[in-house]
Design a protein around this ligand. Structure first.
Ligand SMILES: [Zn+2]
Length: 330
């Protein structure tokens, strides 16, 4: 192991350029679904409503206004924010994932010199929705610089549920974190999401629209096998689509974690606790979980972990998944 990879855990805050993420206690995430707090302050949906202006965010405890954590504008992540010229809105909501996840220049420079990643880009993906997919967030991370290149984020409208069932499902899932309104305002069917995603991948030259098109120089990174082994094929059946060829293999970060650190982590929260990375945002809001998984990934890359494909579908029988690591989380 290189000396550089032994960065002590107490120095973890040096990883991120913007110190805000390192000063947020694990429990801050609870703020977003605390019933005592005015939801409108944390909800992009409320800020765009026609109701009275929500109270100012001044009461959020923070030493410096510039280092205050802000919720992500979920209209903006989906290309639908119409308030980019409103200073109050910009003050209240985060409009840049790349700033939030920026690694400090010194750490990034050292990483670039010593890293031996085989891939150029990681596509961190963390789906939400148990019955049908409700949210499809993908974060594109440069494997050589650890910079966030871009984010693809869409809320997804179920295709085999009644309107009433959808409403109940969304209230239960997103109501408590105050993002049900933005979901209803923006969700589109899975088929349209995939079309948009393919256009996004093509623009980043990660993929070409041709028969059997696999990812180029990139791989999906998920926390567990559920997203790509189980949920995407299920949703494709419900949406009457064939499974896209770029979902044939992926990297399960939990297996990389197990083989690199030689200890088991059953989920994202465990990995974050063990690596002393603060949880930011709302757990089970897909885009926030994706950013938190990216923080774990960045930490592991800095520690010296090399990411390789951990699971592959067999070309002739795609329903069968082959696991490539002997030691893995089952
Ligand atoms: Zn916005």
């Amino acid at each position: 192991m290189m000396a550089f990879s032994r960065v002590s855990l107490s120095r973890v805050s040096l990883f991120w350029q913007n110190s805000l993420t390192s000063h947020i206690p694990l429990s801050l995430s609870n703020l977003t679904f605390s019933p005592q707090l005015d939801r409108s302050r944390f909800s992009p949906s409320a800020s765009l409503s026609t109701q009275d202006s929500p109270p100012s965010v001044d009461s959020i405890p923070s030493p410096k206004p510039s280092s205050r954590w802000k919720p992500t504008c979920l209209y903006h992540t989906q290309g639908k924010c119409t308030m980019m010229d409103d200073p109050t809105h910009l003050e209240r909501f985060n409009h840049s994932c790349s700033e939030e996840l920026k690694i400090s220049a010194a750490v990034a420079a050292k990483f670039k010199e010593t890293s031996s990643q085989q891939l150029d880009f990681f596509l961190v993906l963390d789906l939400e929705g148990k019955v049908e997919i409700l949210e499809f967030p993908v974060l594109m991370l440069d494997a050589k610089t650890m910079d966030v290149v871009d984010v693809f984020h869409r809320f997804v409208r179920p295709s085999a549920m009644s309107e009433q069932r959808i409403s109940e499902y969304i209230e239960g899932k997103y109501g408590k974190i105050g993002v049900d309104r933005v979901w209803h305002d923006t969700a589109i069917p899975f088929g349209e999401v995939i079309q948009g995603f393919e256009g996004w991948m093509a623009r980043h030259q990660l993929w070409e629209n041709k028969q059997g098109g696999r990812l180029r120089r990139a791989a999906f990174v998920t926390c567990g096998n559920w997203d790509l082994k189980t949920k995407v094929p299920q949703q494709c059946k419900v949406s009457r689509m064939s499974l896209p060829p770029y979902f044939m293999e992926w990297i399960n970060l939990k297996d990389i974690y197990l083989n690199f650190y030689k200890r088991r982590a059953t989920g994202m929260i465990t990995m974050m606790k063990e690596l002393e990375i603060p949880l930011v945002g709302s757990h089970h809001l897909g885009i926030d979980d994706t950013k938190n998984i990216t923080r774990v990934l960045q930490h592991m890359l800095i520690d010296g972990a090399v990411l390789q494909i951990t699971a592959k579908r067999k070309p002739n029988s795609p329903e069968n998944v082959e696991f490539l690591f002997e030691n893995r989380i089952k």
